[in-house]
Design a binder for this molecule. Structure first.
Ligand SMILES: Nc1nc2c(ncn2[C@@H]2O[C@H](COP(=O)(O)OP(=O)(O)OP(=O)(O)O)[C@@H](O)[C@H]2O)c(=O)[nH]1
Ligand SMILES: [Mg+2]
Length: 303
């Protein structure tokens, strides 16, 4: 009988979890950027392969949270540990292991399911550099396997998929063969807009922006999809950065997002982007609900 079940991708921000997810399911389902804290929600995506089906759960990078948003993000990642059959803990092998890695590795102390350590970004390091990292990691946790991969080139990824599949229970597929992701179309829109924002902004801006869909008008879907979005920023001074000189920046973000959305939805897209200031949106539960970030019982620590 074939195997099927859930595998969670967890790790520090920027380790390459979402890049790896996209590589494994063979399509872009999660946005990716070189800024930490790109993923804000858990994302389910399905991989069908010989011998079974893996339902991946991509999660936000684990870090010390300072806002309600980040508390919800970290909880979303840690909560998946209780709901899955196997965990893939992703490390960025191109950076020296530090306290953040130790913290994440020791999260699994009381977790009974197998944890596979994935050493990602091996295209950036030599084999010799991996050995001390493996030794260090084994002192933190008894990993079921350690697998070096490159999500960027695909090196080692097939072996990882097979290993993860072998940790799943014997079962019928969880989802139908043609099911790819649980993300709503609205979410895909706001994520793609946010990805373009992340690509074009620096410093604190990536952390302080959110994209909300005000209207998803599909009344003439065959001809054109009309999408109205608001980009939230925290201060007045951030607004002109996103708008750019003569509107050049927001135009570029809009064009790039529209091109990708037209390919995704296979129809023409009209994309209206506006920018609003909300100084405290990261602590505003209503905005966070609108964004679909799962609720958390915890409060952010005092700053
Ligand atoms: N060279 C190289 N770069 C990689 C690899 N995997 C991911 N990256 C890059 O690392 C950066 C972070 O990738 P993401 O997939 O967004 O990382 P993440 O772990 O999902 O990050 P968060 O969502 O913030 O937790 C991006 O710039 C990727 O292009 C890899 O195997 N090799
Ligand atoms: Mg991510």
């Amino acid at each position: 009988m074939a195997r099927a079940g859930f595998a969670s991708l967890v790790g520090r921000p920027n380790a390459g979890k979402s890049t790896l997810l996209n590589r494994m399911v063979g399509q872009k389902v999660a946005i990716v950027s070189d800024k930490p804290q790109t993923t804000r929600n858990r994302i389910v995506a399905v991989k069908n392969m010989p011998g079974g089906q893996i339902v991946f759960v991509d999660t936000p990078g684990i870090h010390r949270p300072l806002h309600r948003l980040n508390v919800r993000m970290v909880d979303a990642a840690v909560d998946t540990l209780r709901e899955v059959d196997v965990v893939a803990l992703v490390f960025d092998a191109s950076t020296r292991p530090g306290r953040g890695d130790e913290y994440v590795a020791t999260l699994f102390k009381h977790v009974k399911i197998p944890v596979v350590l994935v050493l990602n970004k091996i295209d950036l390091v030599s084999k010799a550099q991996l050995l001390p990292l493996m030794e260090q990691a084994q002192r933190w946790h008894a990993f079921a396997d350690i697998v070096p991969v490159s999500a960027e080139t695909g090196d080692g990824v097939e072996r990882l998929e097979q290993l993860l599949r072998d940790h799943l229970p014997e079962s019928e597929p969880v989802y139908p063969e043609d099911f790819l992701t649980d993300q709503a179309e609205r979410t895909l829109v706001s994520e793609i807009v946010r990805e373009k924002l992340l690509h074009h902004t620096r410093n604190e801006l990536p952390f302080t922006t959110a994209v909300i869909i005000d209207q998803f008008d599909e009344s003439e879907r065959e001809k054109i999809l009309r999408l109205y979005c608001t980009i939230y920023v925290e201060t007045e001074s951030q607004k002109p950065i996103i708008i750019g000189r003569g509107g050049s920046m927001i135009k570029r973000i809009g064009t790039e997002a529209r091109t990708e959305l037209e390919a995704l939805f296979d129809t023409k897209v009209y994309l209206d982007l506006r920018v609003k200031v909300d100084p405290d949106w990261r602590n505003n539960d209503r905005t966070l609900d609108d964004l679909g970030v799962p609720k958390s019982g915890r409060k952010p620590p005092r700053r």
